[in-house]
Design a protein around this ligand. Sequence first.
Ligand SMILES: CC(C)(COP(=O)(O)OP(=O)(O)OC[C@H]1O[C@@H](n2cnc3c(N)ncnc32)[C@H](O)[C@@H]1OP(=O)(O)O)[C@@H](O)C(=O)NCCC(=O)NCCS
Length: 183
Amino acid sequence: MLQPPPPFQLRALDLFDLPAVSIIEKQAFPTPTKEKSYQYELTENKLAHYQALIYERDEQAEQLLGYAGYWLIADEVHISTIAVDPQWRGHGLGELLLLNMLFLTYEHDASLVTLEVRENNLTAQSLYRKNRFEVVGRRRRYYRDTGEDAILMTVLLQSNTAYRQFLEHKRETLFAQLAGAQF
Ligand SMILES: CC(C)(COP(=O)(O)OP(=O)(O)OC[C@H]1O[C@@H](n2cnc3c(N)ncnc32)[C@H](O)[C@@H]1OP(=O)(O)O)[C@@H](O)C(=O)NCCC(=O)NCCS
């Protein structure tokens, strides 16, 4: 797990985070994932790995700013979600959650990261492209709520030392930016 500068902290998402997750879900997605599904992910799904991004005011008071998760399937990391509290967007925290998953991918020794993103979600597509994900396909009308297509994006990590250097540079830049900002 990456260790961003204080007051930010990354740790495993826990059951007690789920009420705060539900609040962000409702603001982040057209069809929010239900708390029950997250309970299943955290307690039953052995492939699932979820992380929480916390603002730690002091040891007693934590605030959930965002979360992300993926399924580890053989040597593939499939990103299942990433979301930041709307009041905290635009400060690099989505990128922090994504970078953390990419570094965890190396720890799992996985070689490929995949995800689906809504065709109209240009913000998320921009975040992924910025981190060198490439479009590899499209699933027609994949999202039943809006009828949108899913864009499939991937990045290859195996024996890709240039990409690892790229990520390390990003991490340093982002940590310096977060450490220097007033929150
Ligand atoms: C996608 C999301 C996680 C980004 O979080 P964030 O903390 O605002 O993102 P960051 O501040 O780290 O920005 C990283 C990059 O995302 C893209 N981005 C962020 N906000 C953007 C905006 N309003 N318009 C276009 N691109 C944007 C940019 O590429 C940005 O890099 P830049 O600042 O160098 O331009 C956030 O918008 C969110 O929670 N959205 C709702 C949930 C969602 O759509 N998740 C993705 C599912 S596939």
